[in-house]
Structures are given as C-alpha cells and as structure tokens.
Design a protein around this ligand. Structure first.
Ligand SMILES: [Zn+2]
Length: 456
C-alpha cells in the first residue's frame, strides 16, 4: 500500500523533528477533555483510511513497550493508546490526547526493542508535555481534526510535497526547544523503564548514515530531515549529564520475531521460501526450524507448522514463546490436551502473558467449558486492558453462559476500544435492560452511556 507514503514521511520529519525557530507556546486553549476527544475522532478517521495491524503479537508488542515507558513517566495525563499501521515507510507520530501511531516500516528499521522504545518515549513527551502549541489557538475540535487529517491524506508521489499539504504540516511542527525536551526527557524515561538509553543514539546514527548512503529516491526524507549531527551530539551529552546507563538484566528481545511476523504479512510466500531454504541448509539447527514453523503458522499451514515447532522443541530450543506457538497450533489441529500442556508450560514461565491466557480460553471454549473460558479471558483482559479481542471473547463466553447482561457489557467494551461508539452505546443499552430498573448495576451502565455520549 503506497497511499500516503511520501506525505507520511514528511509528516514524521516535520511534525516530529523539524528544527523550527525557537518560540514559546502560547497559552493552551484546549482542555484535556477536548484533546481526548480529538484523539478519538482522529482514530475513527484513521481507521477508515489506514490499515491497523490487529495481529495480537504485533499489537500487544507496541502496547507493552508504550505501557512500560508510561510507568516511568509517572504523571500520565491522557488515556494513551498505541497502534501499529501497516505501511512500509519509516514513520511514527502522536496526536493530542495520547494516540501514538507507529508504522510497520519503523519496526522493520529498528535493531532492538530499545530503539523502538526510544521513538515511543520521544512521542510520549510531546503528548504529555502538551507540545501541540499550534493547536492552542483554536477550540474548534472539528477544525483541529481536519488539520490533523494531513496525516491521512491520500497522496501519491513527490509532486504532492509542494502543495498545501506541506504548508499544513509546517503549521504542525514543534519548536527546536520542544524537540530537545522530547529528546532529553525521552531518554530519561527510556532508562527508567529498563531500556538502554544509548539505543536512542544508535537509532538516530543509523538513520543518519542511511540518509548519506541513499540521498536519492527519498526527496521527502531529504527535504525535512531532522537528524543533524548537533541533535545527536546533544542527545549523547544529555545521557551523560543525566547519568543514564543500560539496564543490568534483560529479558529476551521479541523484536526479531515481530519483524518476521510483519514481513510475513507483506510477502508471505517469499519469506516462507527463504526460511525453508535456511532450514534445509541447517536441518539439525533449532532456530531455523522454529522460524519456519512460525512462518507456516502465520500463513495458516497448521500441520506443517506443528511438525516444525515440535522439531524445534525436540532440539531443546530455549525460547519460552515456543510453547505458546505450539499451543496455538494444536488449537488449530484440534489436539486439545497437547495444547493445554503446551500453554501451561508457557504460562509457568510467563504467567503474565495475555495472549497465552486468551488461547487457553479458546481451548476451554472448544471443550464447552465456558466458565473456565470466561476466567481465562478475564485474566487476558486484566493483563491487557486495551486489547479489544480479550473483551470480545469474554462477551461471547458470557453469552454461552447465559449471562446476557455481562455478554453485552463486554462486547460494548470491545467496541469502545475500537472507537465504534455507536455500537458500544447500543450494546450498553442492551446490557442495561438485563438488570432491574434503577438497580445499582443498571445505574452504573447508564452513567457509562452518559459519559460516552458526553465524550463524543
Ligand atoms: Zn519530536
């Protein structure tokens, strides 16, 4: 999908990193509620125009990094959401109110989760420090969403770079002072969240090298490229001045796995072919067998996936996710008891993994054990409150349990998480009808409906 590709590259660079003249933000005219409303309206528009990746592994990977950085921020002003957009251009951006968007092309360009976290931390600072000063002069929400629509404009080709779209993006740029603040605070949050602050520097250096190696073919990139040597030097100095250092203990990094899943969405056959050749070259090695198994699973070839993943397990591959992958594959090959055993093994190692709990719920559903299924989905929801799929499955489980009040309620939550406000209100109305008039439960649901209506 090439839509908006060039413009998006410009938008990243202009909005996020342009070195605009130093200027102070005017008094802020938007209330936080208005910003949150803008965020929601923007997401609704974005969902119409862009492809959101809903693969749980990719979706929750971005969400997990974002939440971890937010814990380090402490004073969180907004209901943050993190999304991955299927688009191969390098881009990330935030809109007021806490919606942060990452292109899959950005994930493909990072070499570690720490590097991706550095971009996310930078964007969080822009939102949390209310850097959208250009929006401050107006309180007309519709107009502001329209302005942000420049992010979504379907523009093809560099010719569009000279039009009003650029003038619009120029109005959205941050000042150099704000960029510095986002860099400096960003690395601090990065380190406190347990990531390596140096990753912010290595990522910028690599982007800068790429720019020198490939000066043609990316006019948008060159036009507004933000990565000055001075900025990189300032960032290094800031890391030293703040006394930030790399964490001493690290979890396994999932970035290569997520990159593989993204590549498989893009060119499944080519990737499967390449991994098959790797495996044939090294038939006794665990990792190539595992990667091929993952690729088969991602393309729905469940029996071949099972055989490859079992092979990796026999070769003693020490990757905890292997057992979640096996559990998922057995779910599809209908090997229920093996699936339970694999997921239990995974959860012994990573009890806080929401995806494994969700797969467990699906196994229980297959066995018509709906009470256990609901419990597993509740656990998944508790671990990943922003994951619509956990709420949706929970709604279905309650329907099977003949608890229509809860069924409608949780379906409504899944709609809300996808910004489908109309459907959410309908489902909440239906939930409310299941309870006695003026009962406390009905009142709570009615209050929720009123709050959603007020929020837009
Ligand atoms: Zn920035």
């Amino acid at each position: 999908m090439r839509r908006a590709l060039h413009l998006w590259a410009v938008v990243l660079l202009v909005v996020c990193h342009a070195t605009a003249p130093l200027r102070m933000p005017p008094a802020y005219a938007l209330s936080q509620d208005e910003e949150i409303r803008i965020s929601r309206q923007f997401r609704r528009e974005a969902r119409r125009q862009l492809k959101f990746i809903e693969d749980p592994e990719v979706e929750l990977y971005a969400d997990r990094i974002g939440r971890r950085v937010l814990e380090a921020v402490g004073n969180i002003r907004y209901p943050y959401r993190f999304f991955v957009i299927e688009d191969s251009s390098l881009n990330a951006f935030a809109v007021p109110g806490g919606s942060i968007f990452l292109h899959s092309g950005l994930i493909q360009r990072v070499e570690s989760t720490d590097e991706l976290a550095s971009v996310i931390a930078h964007e969080i600072v822009h939102v949390n420090a209310r850097h959208f000063h250009v929006l401050a002069s107006s309180t007309d929400v519709a107009m502001l969403v329209g302005m942000l629509g420049v992010f979504l404009a379907p523009v093809i080709g560099p010719a569009a770079l000279a039009g009003p779209a650029v003038a619009m993006t120029r109005q959205l740029e941050f000042s150099r002072q704000m960029e510095e603040q986002a860099d400096n605070l960003g690395v601090g949050y990065l380190a406190r969240a347990g990531y390596d602050p140096q990753a912010a520097v290595t990522f910028m250096q690599r982007m800068s090298r790429d720019r020198l190696l490939n000066p043609v073919g990316r006019p948008a990139y060159l036009l507004t490229h933000p990565l000055t040597d001075k900025r990189i030097a300032n960032l290094s100095a800031s890391i030293r001045a703040q006394g930030l250092s790399a964490p001493r203990f690290r979890d396994a990094d999932d970035v290569q796995r997520v990159k593989l899943l993204i590549a498989l969405r893009d060119k499944p056959d080519a990737v499967v072919d390449r991994l098959r050749k790797d495996h044939e070259k090294h038939p006794a090695a665990a990792m190539p067998a595992y990667a091929l198994g993952l690729a088969y699973a991602a393309t729905g070839r469940w029996v071949q996936a099972r055989d490859m993943l079992e092979r990796a397990a026999r070769l003693n591959l020490a990757v905890p996710n292997l057992y979640r992958d096996l559990g998922r594959v057995y779910l599809h090959t209908e090997e229920i008891s093996k699936a339970h055993a694999a997921l239990e093994r995974m959860l012994e190692r990573r009890p806080e993994d929401p995806i494994s709990h969700l797969y467990q719920g699906r196994l229980f559903e297959k066995e018509s054990r709906f009470r256990e299924a609901a419990r597993a989905y509740l656990k998944a929801r508790q671990l990943a409150p922003f994951w619509p799929e956990a709420a949706r499955r929970l709604g279905y489980a309650y329907r099977k349990l003949n608890q229509p009040g809860k069924a409608h309620y949780y379906l409504a939550q899944s709609y809300l998480l996808r910004d489908e406000t109309g459907k959410a209100i309908d489902a909440l109305e239906r939930a409310a009808q299941q309870y006695a008039p003026d009962s406390p439960r009905q009142q709570v649901i009615r209050d929720e409906i009123a709050a959603i209506r007020a929020g837009g």
